[in-house]
Design a binder for this molecule. Structure first.
Ligand SMILES: Cc1cc2nc3c(=O)[nH]c(=O)nc-3n(C[C@H](O)[C@H](O)[C@H](O)COP(=O)(O)O)c2cc1C
Length: 191
């Protein structure tokens, strides 16, 4: 039996009350259903400092234990789902920081962007697409935009029902993740 491809789910938001982790949790089952092994990479848990390596990532030389661990985690993946909110028409600084730590580990890696926000996080997704394309990830299409509705939040701006929010986009998510897993499986075979 061939090994299942490993698909990382990178949670790009780090706020204590974030929606991002709830969205990512809902994606775990979809990655499994598509035949891959989900690997949750939550930037709030990883707590990478602001990039503190002396040499640029393209050098491949890393000295800090957190950089080495992050590089190993990403290198072990066959595909990546980036889960991002829209912060002031962009994606979060923590996510840019995590991306900037690495170079070769990203190159050629199949990836999709799942974004959310009042306009589905489309500005964040566009920014992130530009960066992923620049680095040379193998982006699988446009990914999925998930627009909020006012009723998604209570008066404290906490999301009321994350599974219901995600389920509005479930068809697009399933399709996007299936495409990603197919590309990740092809990577695994050709490696
Ligand atoms: C710093 C900040 C900036 C935001 N800017 C935008 C924005 O430009 N567009 C948007 O649709 N929502 C914006 N929002 C609202 C977020 O979409 C909403 O809070 C969402 O839950 C953030 O994702 P998170 O909970 O995973 O952090 C912003 C929220 C924060 C915290």
């Amino acid at each position: 039996m061939s090994a299942r491809p490993k698909v990382g789910i990178i949670v790009g938001s780090t706020r204590p009350t974030r929606v991002g982790r709830s969205v990512a949790d809902e994606l775990v089952g979809m990655v499994e259903a598509a035949g891959a092994e989900p690997v949750m990479l939550d930037l709030a848990e990883l707590r990478l400092p602001l990039l503190d390596e002396a040499l640029p990532p393209a050098s491949g030389i890393r000295t800090q234990p957190h950089s080495i661990a992050w590089a190993e985690q990403v290198a072990a993946l066959d595909g990546v789902v980036f889960v991002t909110p829209d912060y002031n028409s962009g994606y979060p600084a923590a996510l840019k920081n995590a991306i900037d730590y690495l170079k070769e580990e990203w190159v050629g890696k199949p990836a999709v962007v799942v974004s959310y926000g009042w306009a589905g996080g489309q500005a964040a997704a566009a920014q992130l697409h530009a960066v992923l394309d620049y680095i040379g990830l193998a982006r699988q299409g446009e990914g999925v935009r998930m627009p909020f509705q006012p009723t998604d939040f209570d008066e404290s701006m906490h999301m009321v029902d994350a599974p219901a929010f995600v389920s509005r986009s479930s068809e697009a998510l399933r399709e996007s993740i299936e495409g990603l897993v197919a590309a990740a499986a092809a990577e695994l075979v050709s490696a």
